[in-house]
Design a protein around this ligand. Structure first.
Ligand code: ATR
Length: 262
């Protein structure tokens, strides 16, 4: 039986095992997918396990999407551009790192029928997934991207990767952006609030990458704006990761959301 893993710290909240094991069953794959909480020192041994065939593939989540890179042989173009890896596998003896968050996010915007060409985007956060969102928006022709993060240095680091982005101090009121995306972890807890005045953004798309709950960030805006949570991005990035490992796309049925939310 082939073994797959999602690694991170914390990892308890991850729904990746639910979706992948569901697909294995559906497509009769002799495989199992587990979650594993790891420390940075364990990354090297885990990658050796992929090399030896003990593990067939790994998904990577917070906070290792960047730090895992030094243990890999080859990066896909997107992983290289974003310096972020969420999918690992062996091919022709080499360990590959790929990033499926970019395409997952793009597909979720297409599903929403949000046209990105020429639009402006405001991004909250500068954590492990933010470079994927920026790269994805850039590829889809967004005309302006502004990032705001509590720790300004991390936004400045993103600017080294993407010199065209603008930076706004955390807490400052953004002007009129077409899409406002929360990539921070603020919202994972019930009482989390993002204390920023968005009153200049009316009738816009508010997108929260958090998929496990309806965050206050979305709740507070759903009457006057369009809102979207991270569930479809989560499903699409998992589908592309699965395809990297098995060579075909598993199907996304209508009841998958219910399965994941229950
Ligand atoms: P990492 O920072 O290790 O990559 P992450 O979950 O990918 O982890 O990112 C967490 C993001 O949520 C960061 O942008 C973080 O801001 P800092 O860079 O200032 O830490 C943001 N975040 C988490 N808690 C926050 C809070 N209470 N207020 C504002 N931003 C917060």
């Amino acid at each position: 039986m082939n073994k797959y893993l999602v690694i991170g710290n914390p990892i308890k909240h991850s729904l990746s095992p639910v979706i992948h094991n569901h697909w294995y069953k559906m497509h009769n794959e002799d495989a199992i997918y587990e979650k594993k909480k790891v420390d940075e020192e364990e990354l090297e041994d885990l990658i050796s396990d992929v090399k030896s065939g003990k593990i067939s593939g790994i998904n990577v989540t917070v906070p290792f999407k960047n730090s895992v890179i030094k243990h890999l042989d080859i990066l896909s173009e997107i992983a290289e551009a974003t310096q972020s890896v969420n999918t690992i596998y062996k091919y022709n003896g080499n360990i590959y790192g790929h990033n499926t968050d970019c395409e997952g996010f793009a597909l979720s915007l297409i599903q929403t029928k949000f046209k990105t060409q020429g639009k402006t985007a405001f991004i909250l956060g500068a954590g492990g997934v933010t470079s994927s969102i920026i790269y994805s928006l850039k590829l889809r022709g967004v005309s302006k991207i502004c990032v705001s993060n509590r720790t300004k240095q991390k936004a400045e680091n993103l600017k080294k990767l993407f010199p065209e982005i603008e930076i706004l101090d955390w807490g400052k009121k953004p002007s009129n952006f077409d899409i406002i995306i929360n990539t921070t972890s603020l919202g994972l807890k019930e009482n989390d609030k993002i204390e920023i005045d968005f009153s200049d953004c009316k009738d816009k798309l508010f997108y929260d990458l958090i998929y496990s709950r309806k965050t206050n960030f979305l709740k507070e805006r759903e009457i006057l704006n369009y809102t979207k949570n991270g569930m479809s991005m989560f499903i699409f990035q998992a589908q592309i990761a699965y395809e990297s490992w098995f060579g075909y796309k598993p199907s996304i049925e209508d009841n998958l959301w219910e399965l994941l939310l229950n």
